[in-house]
Ligand binder design. Sequence first.
Ligand code: SF4
Length: 237
Amino acid sequence: MTVIQFLDPDTGNTPPRIGVSSCLLGEKVRYDGGHKAQPHILELAAECEFIGFCPEFAAGLGVPRPPVELVAGDSGVRALGLDFPHGDVTELLTKTADTQCLALQRQRIAGYLLKARSPSCGPGDVPVRTDLAISHGMGLFADRLVNAFPDIPVTSEALLDTPARARWFIGICQLTAEFQRWPGAGLPRWHRHYCRELDLPPSIVGPLDRFATGNPHKRGYWPILLGYLLQQIKAAC
Ligand code: SF4
């Protein structure tokens, strides 16, 4: 399913506010002065309110700039750029990330689309160098973001590699925005509608029932549904 019939008619008519790594929107903010525009993501701009942000540009690292890499050591994971004056830009980047997360708290974002493999934006797929090997971890901005916003869908352009997958992600963001404003007492009705509309399997309906019936509990309900919907992105084609 790629088109969701929303319970609240306003949901389909209200563009969800979605944060995005600004290089994916075609802004030339990458270390090499380029961008990483994705055509089928740009096509969805008319249906969303994208909030573009480049953490490295916002931190004042400039364009072009020396590339940053993540290095794990005794003091944790650090962001190093050998050509920067002081080499270590970890504090600068984490402070910038925290400032942006605070600003986003006021904007009620309903999702975030990050650039894969970036030492700042990558959501879990970023090479991290150690003395002996390369492992993978979160970019510095992505790490702060998912901790500050555990209840919104976050993914990277690497997963949204077809128009249908990109469309499905936007649908999840619209659903998130609707859920954010839906009253807790109305959860049983919301649950009945989306069990049918999303054709949820019994393995998901069962755990959701526990939070939607009796004493409705939105905070317990949402992570289960959101996790399932994000897993379904790969099935959209
Ligand atoms: S991946 Fe993130 S830090 Fe790198 S250019 Fe894009 S927005 Fe900026």
